[in-house]
Design a protein around this ligand. Structure first.
Ligand SMILES: Cc1ncc(COP(=O)(O)O)c(C=O)c1O
Length: 415
């Protein structure tokens, strides 16, 4: 039986399905009422109290406290407190996560840390088709003569890549940024470990969307964006995770005062802070942290299992709607059907994905496209509804029926 609007409304009304998420949606700002947002894989929704928190920080913190803010407010602690708030969603202990810098920079820090801890091994294994910045960061390290790169086309190539006994670190995207294919951390981590290498996961397209178990699967290192599903705000700092067994394995590549064992003693020589603290470098971005703190307050109350269940319900619904309404019009599912194999978004394949995405945006449905032919729907599990998915797919069907993607207005590229 094809899914109806009434079915979608019933799924939204079925509070028992995610009882512990009740009321969470109201803690986010609604955005433009005529727009449906499916771009949580770019920028997640804004918690409703961000403006008040920012206003308070600007008045009381900047205009009022100024330098004293470092002592009287929690600015210096926030890399730890924000990390602790998001730790359960990624299956980590609070003390092993820090929020700082960008994902690319954290990727650099952790690759270098792994190389230092694993010397004389110097091979970085990475996916050939990974998010470009991850590849660029690794290429930069190799270009400086500090590592050799070995590319794999998929995890099926891992045994071959690991066989030489020279791999320091295997850097993998947990979820492919185009297809949303999610890798099986529980299966891959032991493989990497037995080969004497460390695992480094980029969780940008899964953290805050689905449940992740870094600790339970014995992952070594991880990074991920703060501004996507974690709702830290545009340009929010990223997170960094270090398994405690590597807490004192090496010096960090970037030794800064915030990562020193005793920052305010102003010792002449560097001593690394304990564990993930050593990945802090310079002065934290206080304004950005204030926005992220609003999301952190919400994450402290979210049960990761409920988040995961809600994500499953929304994305299963979306896939069924796309299959039933749009597949006959030339749109094919590009993401895995099995929820455990899927990350935050659902992607479909359509030859003219980029202009079609622009047509959708123009008709109030914010989605994104990625080359060559992926159209991505990233519904945030804490805010999206099944009804919104119904409306979005109905609009997509209409646009496909009248071939709106042919319109010259939609031919220029956008992000
Ligand atoms: C999978 C993935 N990794 C890394 C990045 C880069 O993150 P940043 O700009 O914070 O360095 C992105 C950005 O979208 C991403 O999607």
């Amino acid at each position: 039986m094809p899914l109806t609007l009434a079915d979608c409304l019933a799924r939204d009304a079925d509070a028992s399905a995610s009882a512990s998420l009740q009321g969470v949606r109201d803690r986010f700002a609604g955005g433009d009422p005529d727009t449906l947002y499916f771009d949580a894989n770019s920028i997640g929704p804004m918690p409703a109290d961000v403006p008040a928190r920012m206003q308070d920080l600007l008045q009381a913190g900047w205009a009022g406290a100024r330098r004293r803010g470092w002592n009287t407010l929690d600015w210096l602690e926030q890399p730890r407190t924000l990390g602790a708030a998001i730790a359960p969603v990624i299956g980590a202990r609070a003390e092993d996560v820090r929020v700082a810098d960008s994902t690319s920079i954290n990727q650099y820090k952790l690759l270098r840390y792994a190389l230092a801890a694993q010397a004389p091994r110097r091979v970085i294994v990475l996916q050939r088709d990974v998010f470009p910045s991850n590849r660029y960061v690794a290429e930069g390290i190799a270009h400086a003569g500090l590592a050799d790169l070995r590319f794999i086309d998929g995890v099926q190539d891992l045994p071959r890549a690991l066989a030489h006994g020279d791999v320091a670190v295997v850097a993998l995207s947990h979820v492919d940024y185009r297809s949303s294919e999610r890798l099986d951390m529980a299966a891959i981590n032991p493989q990497v470990r037995v080969a004497g290498a460390l695992s480094l996961w980029d969780l940008s397209h899964s953290a805050g969307a689905v449940a992740i178990d870094l600790r339970g699967t014995e992952a070594d290192l991880a990074v991920g964006c703060g501004y996507k599903y974690l709702c830290g705000g545009p340009g929010a700092p990223a997170f960094v995770y270090l398994h405690p067994r590597h807490a004192d394995a090496a010096w960090p590549a970037m030794c800064g005062w915030m990562g020193h064992a005793s920052t305010f003693d102003f010792e002449p020589d560097y001593r690394p802070g304990r564990g993930a603290d050593r990945f802090l470098v310079g002065t934290p971005p206080v304004l950005a942290q204030a926005a992220f703190a609003a999301a952190a307050a919400i994450w402290r109350e979210v049960d990761p299992r409920a988040l995961d269940a809600r994500h499953r319900s929304l994305t299963d619904t979306l896939i069924q709607l796309l299959d039933e309404q749009c597949e006959p019009l030339g749109v094919q599912l590009a993401s895995p059907r099995q929820h455990e194999r899927r990350g935050g978004h659902v992607a479909v394949r359509f030859e003219h994905a980029a202009p079609l995405a622009q047509a959708l945006v123009d008709h109030g449905v914010v989605v994104s496209a990625r080359k060559p032919d992926a159209l991505r729907f990233a519904a945030h599990p804490l805010t999206a509804t099944h009804e919104q998915l119904w409306t979005a797919v109905a609009r997509l069907r209409e646009l496909l029926q009248r071939q709106a993607w042919r319109d010259p207005r939609y031919q220029q590229a956008s992000v």
